[in-house]
Design a protein around this ligand. Structure first.
Ligand code: NOJ
Length: 447
């Protein structure tokens, strides 16, 4: 068995809109995903997240399952429209009570809550005022952060501000395939990024003030090059692919944009100039707000393009291992993502998401056999163990996801869970891979 360091944190992750349901329960306001799901053709199969996994009504059962799986931590997000139906002003007490109960029950089960403030469900009322384009949004987000951290900060010891701005800005505002389904100009996209990073900075200040003993982090997605071999030249080519100064042909899919302003206080000027020469760079006062000290960096990692020694992307060979999302299985990419991001930022790393979608179903014997997930877990955790052995501080691993859920534009097609959910009845079934994961947690080691 490969041992993990003492104190390594094992868990699983979800997000509010993807699992909660209760879309109009107890005074919740409308979110942009509630709206987007109504658009014909927006979501695979016309699926909607109104009920989702009905976690809003089944949270106690879900915590019992987490305990049965020996999870030490659970990463989830707060729904802004559930807590503040109009985004600002009125507070929905019942929404806060839901999170109160959730956190109390997690703590009672000895499961550490890792709380994300924003995982994509913007209140529609905020969108109606311009959403991430409105220069006031950092102030509104600060107000929301004060409400949430003020209420839950006595018990939550780990806060994450934003989940994957790269995805919600690029897909939601540039490509238009996620809510709020806009296709903005390159300059407007950079403005959305600036506002999103300012919102992060202001939320950090709130967290430091109201929960001074908590850890503070941020969870970007990773587009990391995986070197095709471990030779020094190839590794440097993959690093350059990941953090190169500017790849104008990759428009806003450039890791430097999501990492450098927040973690280093450096705005990627050339990249911005290449994409929108007329755009005005943030001022030094704005950069001071954006660049707040973090305790560690969260990373959501799934797959990676393969990079050759010359820095070119190698096309995927026919028939390689792929998930139902069609993402190649690239476990070495995880090691390099961890290494490159740690070396660039100097921060310890926590894997806040990693997992695969699969075509799981309940078999005739009543079980969910998911050998691919088991193999995936062994491969990726094996590489994480390698990172740790090479001296990189890796604090923990949150598998995506705790349970099958609403996978955004892909609806309920993609099953990412350790727990299978029957979306007709809500019935939960622990998958076979999860039984193994649970044993590894107990042993703090993997095969
Ligand atoms: C990242 C996102 O944070 C999460 O919401 C999503 O379900 C997973 N990736 C899988 O696509």
């Amino acid at each position: 068995m490969k041992k993990f360091p003492e104190g390594f944190l094992w868990g699983a992750a979800t997000s509010s809109y993807q699992i909660e349901g209760g879309h109009d329960a107890d005074g919740k306001g409308v979110g942009i995903w509630d709206e987007f799901c109504q658009k014909p053709g927006a979501i695979y199969g016309g699926h909607i997240g109104d009920v989702g996994c009905d976690h809003y009504h089944r949270a106690s059962e879900d915590i019992e399952l987490m305990a049965e799986l020996n999870l030490q931590a659970y990463r989830f997000s707060i729904s802004w429209p559930r807590v503040m139906p109009h985004g600002t002003g009125e507070i929905n007490e019942k929404g806060l009570e839901f999170y109160d109960r959730l956190i109390d029950s997690l703590l009672a089960a000895n499961i550490r809550p890792l709380v994300t403030l924003y995982h994509w469900d913007l209140p529609q009322a905020v969108q109606d005022r311009g959403g991430w384009l409105n220069p006031e949004i950092p102030v509104w987000f600060e107000e929301y952060a004060k409400v949430v951290v003020g209420r839950l900060g006595d018990r939550v010891k780990d806060w994450i501000t934003l989940n994957e701005p790269g995805i919600y800005v690029n897909l939601g505002h540039f490509e238009g395939t996620h809510a709020p389904a806009l296709k903005l100009s390159p300059a407007e996209i950079l403005t959305c990024y600036k506002h999103t990073f300012l919102a992060h900075g202001r939320a950090c200040q709130v967290i430091r003030e109201l929960a001074p003993n908590a850890t503070l982090s941020y969870a970007p997605h990773c587009v990391t090059g995986e070197p095709v071999d471990d030779e020094a030249q190839t590794v440097e080519a993959a690093r350059e692919y990941t953090f190169g100064e500017s790849h104008p042909d990759r428009n806003f899919w450039q890791q430097r944009l999501y990492i450098d302003p927040i973690c280093k206080g450096v705005w990627p000027e050339k990249l911005c100039h290449d994409l929108a020469p007329e755009w005005e760079l943030p001022t030094s006062d704005e950069m001071a707000v954006i660049h707040q000290p973090l305790d560690h960096l969260c990373l959501n990692f799934y797959s990676a393009p393969l990079v050759d020694p010359a820095g070119a992307v190698i096309p995927d060979a026919p028939g390689i291992a792929r998930t139902l999302f069609d993402w190649p299985v690239r476990e070495r990419g995880l090691h390099y993502a961890v290494k490159f991001h740690h070396e660039r930022t100097g921060l310890p790393i926590l894997i806040s998401e990693n997992g695969l979608s699969n075509m799981d179903w309940v078999a005739q014997d009543g079980k969910v056999h998911d050998p691919q997930r088991l193999d995936f877990l062994e491969r990726y955790l094996g590489q994480l163990h390698r990172s740790i052995s090479e001296g990189i501080p890796v604090l923990g691993y949150m598998h995506w996801s705790l349970m099958d859920n609403f996978e955004w534009a892909d609806g309920f097609k993609q099953r990412f869970g350790l727990i299978h959910v029957d979306f007709q009845t809500g019935k939960r079934t622990i998958k076979e891979s999860a039984r193994h994961y649970s044993e590894w947690i107990r042993a703090n080691a993997i095969p």
